[in-house]
Design a protein around this ligand. Sequence first.
Ligand SMILES: [Zn+2]
Length: 81
Amino acid sequence: MLSCRGLAYIASDYIDDELGRVNRMSVRMHLMMCPRCRSFIESLRTSTELLERHSGQPLSEEYARSIDRQIERALADRHDR
Ligand SMILES: [Zn+2]
């Protein structure tokens, strides 16, 4: 079963639809059971779409990685509390 951390790690690939079938399934199963990750994915999707529309091109690798780091930090904070 995918953890919240594991989900955060592959969330941007999930949004870009770049996950394999197995990973996508486990993300969906996790989202069904975890409202926190569901709203997390939703807000990530929204900000990704806004950014792409704004720049007219997909996010750069570097920026995607910085988002990943922010996500991991946010999740770590939440879980340690
Ligand atoms: Zn979760």
